[in-house]
Design a protein around this ligand. Structure first.
Ligand code: AMP
Ligand code: ZN
Length: 484
């Protein structure tokens, strides 16, 4: 059903162009892909040494909306998300602890490549579960860094052969001064960086912004520079090129990747191919907690599992994220998440109870407005406002309302397209055949008492229902029974 919606007949109105904010030009641009019909997207994936926190997950809900927006505008999308299973230090540049080593220590595992693989297997599975809970579409390729070591070594060798690198006692570094456009993303001032640099930890580096493309060490793979790992930035250049080609349309990530990681990716890739690596760079703003960065060390690293433990679903969290624009910082609060959950619950009731999913066609006017919102740099708050407008529009009949909301849900994907019985189940509302006879009798007794305006008797029947673990609520469509 999902894909069918994307292949829906073209509307008679010309679809709007898709405008996207490009970090590189710092402006909204009308999207023009390299090829007419198909678009390539590369998304920087998680470092799989631990559960992803809810901030990380925002980055993938964002890329999912981007992808679906392009699909609904009739593009085919080829998408890669990588899985970093080695080599990412706690600092994006060459400082800090290696995250995978941190994971090995935490779990009491030996420092071997096999143990690293085992550790990442666990967290890759956990990450896939998060993706499913958030209804994030699978990319065309999940590329795992340790499966692409050969490609990474080839890339470093090419850079070396072209004279862009130099070797030191601890690794091989990219010489940013050989790439005059280094730092163009985010307009990094390299001179300032140089004068403001701390006393270099590594005094063999020619410039403080030079970054490691190979790290020598006791653990890792064999190469002409000895045993070690490719530097973290290398994996994304190598895997983007291996899975999507030398030139890609869109590269995404969180804003923390702009200054170092993505500038490094550009430098490596463009020095190898002499082509523009990615035409559009898109970044989502941070999710913060108490206006602070999310980090284990801050004790505020909330995961999707924590949300589920508190009674929230992946749909609730996805809906919550979509109420904000991807370029706005979101300060997470439990209260705001609870409000999102309540709003989504109301929408589900509209669909599964009031409208009962009677098949019909979505309203063309609303479909056009919906697409326009998305084409305006993925304005998801606008689409949510539109969704509520549909529920309140007296000019639309129930069937059309339901079909329109479900059309919106092909992009928003917050659980509004289940079958009626499944949908009711998520609401905890029981259909007639799921209600035991004795409960039906109590409901009938209460109804009869209400009709006779015998309120004490009606209250008694309600209490008896509650004692048996059921609740009843009066709606314009009759009593609704749920299990409590
Ligand atoms: P990492 O596993 O650290 O490489 O991060 C995975 C993705 O999450 C990257 O795209 C980061 O930019 C993004 N990210 C990290 N923290 C946050 C946050 N608090 N809010 C939004 N995105 C984030
Ligand atoms: Zn990356």
């Amino acid at each position: 059903m999902f894909m069918d919606l994307f292949k829906s007949k073209k509307s008679t109105t010309v679809p709007p162009e898709v405008d996207l904010y490009n970090t590189e030009t710092r402006s909204l641009e009308s999207f023009k892909p390299l090829s007419q019909k198909s678009v390539t997207i590369y998304t920087c994936g998680p470092t799989v040494y631990d559960y992803a926190h809810i901030g990380n997950l925002r980055a993938y809900v964002f890329s999912d909306i981007l992808k679906r927006t392009l699909m609904i505008h009739d593009y085919e999308v080829k998408h890669t998300i990588n899985l970093t299973d080695f080599g990412h230090l706690t600092d994006d540049s060459d400082a800090g602890e290696d995250k995978m080593m941190k994971g090995l220590k935490r779990e009491g595992l030996p420092v071997t490549l096999a143990a690293m693989r085992q550790l990442s297997d666990t967290y890759i599975e956990a990450f896939y579960d998060d993706m499913d809970s958030l209804r994030i579409m699978s990319p065309t390729t999940w590329s795992r860094a340790s499966d692409y070591v050969k490609e990474q070594i080839n890339l470093i060798e090419t850079l070396e052969a072209k004279g862009f690198t130099y070797e030191t006692s601890d690794g091989v570094y990219f010489d940013i001064q050989k790439f005059p456009r280094y730092g163009r993303l985010g307009n990094i001032d390299l001179e300032q960086l140089k004068s403001g640099a701390r006393v270099e930890v590594n005094n063999e580096k020619r410039h403080p912004a030079d970054f490691a493309v190979w790290k020598k060490g006791l653990l890792g793979w064999d190469s002409r520079w000895g045993k070690g790992f490719p530097g973290w930035h290398v994996e994304c250049s190598a895997m983007a090129m291996a899975t999507l080609g030398n030139e890609i349309d869109i590269h995404t990530g969180g804003i923390d990747h702009i200054a170092v990681h993505h500038n490094a990716e550009i430098a490596q890739s463009e020095c190898v191919t002499e082509k523009t690596f990615s035409r559009y760079w898109m970044h989502c703003a941070f999710l913060t907690i108490d206006s602070a960065k999310i980090a284990k060390s801050q004790g505020n690293s909330i995961t999707l599992r924590h949300l589920v433990d508190r009674g929230f679903s992946g749909d609730d969290y996805r809906y919550y994220l979509l109420t904000a624009h991807y370029r706005s910082t979101v300060n997470f609060t439990w209260e705001a998440l609870a409000a999102a959950k309540q709003a989504l619950y109301r929408l589900k009731r509209f669909v599964y109870e009031d409208y009962e999913q009677k098949a019909s066609k979505p309203d063309e006017g609303y479909v056009t407005k919906f697409k326009q919102c998305l084409a305006n740099d993925l304005d998801t708050p606008g689409t949510i406002a539109l969704l509520w407008e549909v529920t309140k529009d007296e000019k639309l009949d129930d069937k059309t309302k339901c079909a329109t909301i479900q059309y919106f849900d092909s992009i928003l994907d917050v659980g509004l397209r289940e079958s009626v019985s499944e949908g009711k189940k998520t609401l905890g509302i029981l259909s007639n055949d799921q209600i035991p006879e004795e409960i039906k009798e109590l409901i009938a007794r209460r109804e009869a008492a209400r009709i006779a305006r015998n309120w004490p008797e009606a209250d008694l029947a309600r209490e008896a229902l509650n004692l048996k673990g059921y609740s009843v609520e009066d709606t314009p469509y009759g009593p609704k029974v749920s299990k409590v």
